[in-house]
Design a protein around this ligand. Structure first.
Ligand code: GDP
Ligand code: MG
Length: 196
């Protein structure tokens, strides 16, 4: 949830989700520290990083959360999603399975899995908004666009899915920096527009 102090200070929680090894941690390190790690196996152990962004002269703190390698089904806890007002759903353009997983991540983000589970046990309806009480600004990110030669998912497919699911869409490369700044900024600006 955004925190507004003195009417001028904003703190937005944004989550990074998507299959393991799609480049989430590197997108964050590229955005926050302009760094790339070619053999990032070890997770730094940091839950989130805060980056200050200027939008229309307003200072906005983007608190970006990264999974610590718990991307397996249902291993990402609801605490991770709680209070998030933005999300980057990341896949790897060279790995189709990571693209196929996007819908599952979207469902998990909107709490549908929780509600399905609850409905199963309690035989009653939940509205599937367990994790998000407000609109979440969502961006579909096709990462590793520097690897054009081994691409498995076309730009068109990414665009179509984004359109179907009402998401922003961008292809990025954490390696050569393509669109990384822009992807985060579009999400931050959208959140800002939602709350201001
Ligand atoms: P995570 O598990 O989603 O956090 O993925 P990581 O950030 O740890 O990245 C997984 C692997 O993909 C690492 O070997 C990275 O160096 C590599 N990687 C991440 N982003 C890119 C990218 O944009 N281009 C290329 N070529 N490799 C990338
Ligand atoms: Mg990671």
């Amino acid at each position: 949830q955004e925190v507004e102090a003195g009417g001028e200070e904003y703190l937005f929680k944004i989550v990074l989700i998507g299959d393991s090894a799609v480049g989430k941690s590197n997108l964050l390190s590229r955005f926050a520290r302009n760094e790339f790690d070619s053999n990032s196996k070890a997770t730094i152990g940091v839950e989130f990083q805060t980056q200050v962004v200027d939008i229309d002269g307003k200072e906005i703190k983007a608190q970006i959360w990264d999974t610590a390698g718990q991307e397996r089904f249902r291993a990402v806890t609801s605490a991770y999603y709680r209070g998030a007002v933005g999300a980057l759903i990341v896949y790897d353009i060279t790995r189709r399975t990571s693209f196929d997983s996007v819908k599952r991540w979207l469902d998990e983000l909107s709490g549908k899995f929780l509600s399905i589970l609850l409905s199963f046990f309690f035989d009653c309806g939940f509205d599937g908004r367990a994790h998000c009480d407000t609109a979440v600004a969502r961006m579909l990110v096709g990462n590793k666009c520097d690897l054009e030669n081994i691409r498995e998912v076309s730009v068109e497919e990414g665009k179509n899915l984004a359109e179907e699911e009402s998401l922003f869409f961008m292809e990025t490369s954490a390696l050569d920096s393509t669109n990384v700044q822009t992807a985060f900024e579009v999400v931050i600006r959208e959140i800002y527009n939602n709350v201001s």
